[in-house]
Design a protein around this ligand. Structure first.
Ligand code: ZN
Ligand code: ZN
Length: 134
């Protein structure tokens, strides 16, 4: 029989004996306890996760961490905002289509024409277009 702790060959005194001596047995127990403790500690504090931005694996330092670095967090926030802006832009564009009549859909434009006659003509055309005058 080979001692699981020191690797020395020994003759077991009873069937389940795995170590040559009490000393080896207690050493091994301590080692196992130590390993167990380390694993527990590892699980608790060190969690390897993937950065949501660069997909690099990193060790999580605190509960809600999603990014490996402040840079990644910053870039991810920027992209999120840009994405949001793009989506709302397309939504507004769709709403401003030919069939949608609402605020800002008139043909007058945001600025007054420099020539008062032209501006009046524009307003008249717009009123006619919207069937407000006959
Ligand atoms: Zn031993
Ligand atoms: Zn990252």
């Amino acid at each position: 029989m080979i001692c699981k702790q020191c690797g020395k060959e020994f003759t077991p005194g009873h069937g389940n004996q795995k170590y040559c001596s009490v000393e080896c047995r207690s050493k091994s127990k301590n080692l196992l306890d130590h390993q167990y403790y380390n694993t527990k500690k590892h699980e608790k504090t060190l969690e390897i996760i993937e950065c949501e931005y660069c997909h690099k694996k990193f060790t999580k330092n605190h509960g809600n961490q999603k990014y490996c670095s402040i840079d990644c967090q910053y870039n991810a926030e920027l992209e999120k905002n840009a994405d949001y802006r793009m989506k709302s832009y397309h939504k507004n564009k769709k709403r401003g289509g030919d069939k949608f009549w609402g605020v800002g859909s008139g043909g007058l434009g945001p600025h007054r024409h420099n020539d008062p006659d032209l501006e009046l003509l524009k307003i008249r055309n717009e009123l006619k277009r919207l069937n407000l005058v006959k």
